[in-house]
Design a protein around this ligand. Structure first.
Ligand code: PLP
Length: 217
C-alpha cells in the first residue's frame, strides 16, 4: 500500500479525540510530501538537525513534533518553530526550553516523558520526579514553556498484558494530573506496534512511523 493509503486507513481507525503524528524520521522529503498531499500536517522527528533541515525545505504549514530524546544544546535550533516537544524529562532541559522560548518570544508546548517501561534504558521521569519538577520554583516561574500533557513508551515486548498495564499506569498518572492542572490534555502513547492497546487505554495522540512510511533501515 502507498503512504497515502496507509494514512487514510489509519485515520479511519482513529476516534476524533486521537491525533495522529506521522513519524517521518530517516524518511526523505518526498515521502513526507506524499502524506502532506493526502492532507496530513503533523510530523514527528527524533533528531533536531534532521527536523530543521526538513522544516527549511518543506511547506511551512507543517507542524513539527520533536519526539526523540533531546539534548539541551540542540534546543535553540528548533525553538522558533517546533510545535510540540514530547520527550522532556528534566528540569534542566525545561529551563533551556524556557530560555530559548523567551528568545523567540513564544511559549513552547511540551509533554513530560514518564518512565513506564521495564527496560532500564528508556528515558523518562518517575512519579516522585514528576512531582518534584512541578513543585519546583524554577518551574513555577516559567512563562515560555507550557506543559500540556504526558508522553510514554511501553516496554518492547510481545506481551500485550504488560503493555496494557504500562499504558494503564500512564493513563492514571495523566488523569491525576489533569484534575490538578486543567490545561493538561494530551496523552502521547502508542506506536505502530502498540497503538491499538494505547488507544484502548486512553491515548489522545499516537506516534506512527513504520505503519505509514514502511520499515526504517
Ligand atoms: C520512532 C519512534 C516512533 C515510531 O515508531 P514506529 O514503530 O515506526 O511506529 C514513535 N515514538 C518514538 C519516540 C519514536 O522514536
Amino acid at each position: 500500500m502507498s503512504i497515502k493509503d496507509n494514512i487514510a486507513k489509519l485515520k479511519n481507525e482513529l476516534p476524533d479525540h486521537v491525533t495522529l503524528v506521522a513519524v517521518s524520521k530517516t524518511k526523505p522529503g518526498e515521502a513526507i510530501m506524499e502524506a502532506y498531499e493526502a492532507g496530513h500536517r503533523i510530523f514527528g522527528e527524533n533528531k533536531v538537525q534532521e527536523m530543521v533541515q526538513k522544516w527549511e525545505e518543506l511547506p511551512k504549514d507543517i507542524e513539527w513534533h520533536m519526539i526523540g530524546h533531546l539534548q539541551r544544546n540542540k534546543v535553540r535550533y528548533m525553538a522558533g518553530f517546533v510545535s510540540l516537544i514530547h520527550g522532556v524529562d528534566s528540569l534542566k532541559l525545561l529551563e533551556e526550553i524556557e530560555k530559548q522560548g523567551k528568545k523567540h518570544d513564544r511559549t513552547i508546548p511540551c509533554l513530560l516523558q514518564m518512565h513506564i517501561a521495564e527496560e532500564e534504558t528508556k528515558f523518562g521521569l518517575d512519579v516522585p520526579e514528576l512531582e518534584a519538577l512541578l513543585e519546583s520554583n524554577e518551574f513555577k516561574m516559567m512563562e515560555h514553556v507550557k506543559i500540556v500533557g504526558l508522553m510514554g513508551m511501553a516496554t518492547f515486548t510481545e506481551n500485550q498484558q504488560q503493555i496494557r498495564k504500562e499504558f494503564a499506569n500512564l493513563r492514571s498518572i495523566f488523569e491525576n494530573l489533569k484534575e490538578r492542572l486543567p490545561y493538561i490534555h494530551i496523552l502521547s502513547m502508542g506506536m505502530s506496534g502498540d497503538y491499538q492497546i494505547a488507544m484502548e487505554q486512553g491515548s489522545t495522540m499516537i506516534r506512527i512511523g513504520s505503519s505509514i512510511f514502511g520499515a526504517r533501515n
